[in-house]
Design a protein around this ligand. Structure first.
Ligand code: GUN
Length: 167
């Protein structure tokens, strides 16, 4: 078994629909009632959730968005490049890692409503990170659009979107 398979097995990770592998490690028991959330939420949400997320060099996390801010924490492996597109179409990318002297940052917050995608920087490598959100994650808040729809929203980013979407 290679080191990536060992991590997947020992952390009990499963394939994630956006690409990569994940496991939810925390879901608060407490809930925020729908009436106390902004009206974009369709139901109650847990206070907070957290996952392990593992990405490998031969995969990527495709552009998707959620309603809440998502905090990324770097744990191990290659640095990860996080690509972010705001609802207005402004693009930025960020290196999440531990080598501060190479302008990597160990923690990064993706603002709710932004489209984001991620890829492992090194070849034949993996990145292990954590992602925390509050209100807690629900697939009801998760949007993964087909490539052509994203390109029609952000035509100036066509090349990037083609590279970091699955279909
Ligand atoms: N739980 C399942 N998928 C996700 C995800 O993409 N982000 C977060 N934060 N939690 C999840």
């Amino acid at each position: 078994m290679n080191s990536i398979d060992k991590i997947i097995k020992s952390l009990e990770l499963s394939p994630h629909p956006e690409g990569g592998y994940y496991k939810e490690t925390y879901r608060s028991v407490g809930e925020i009632k729908k009436d106390s959330l902004s009206n974009e939420y369709q139901g109650n949400r847990n206070y907070s959730t957290c996952i392990y997320f593992l990405l490998t060099s031969d995969s990527f996390s495709a552009f998707h968005k959620i309603k809440q801010d998502e905090i990324w924490h770097f744990y191990d492996g290659s640095p990860i490049r996080l690509h972010v597109i705001t609802p207005e179409g402004d693009y930025s990318n960020h290196l999440i890692g531990r080598q501060l002297e190479h302008d990597e940052i160990p923690q990064f917050v993706v603002s709710g409503g932004c489209w984001f995608a991620a890829e492992v920087v090194n070849k034949n490598a993996y990145s292990l990170v954590g992602c925390t959100v509050s209100p807690g994650f629900s697939f009801e808040d998760f949007v993964l659009k087909p490539r052509h729809e994203l390109i029609s929203l952000f035509p100036h980013l066509e090349e990037l979107i083609c590279r970091l979407t699955h279909q």
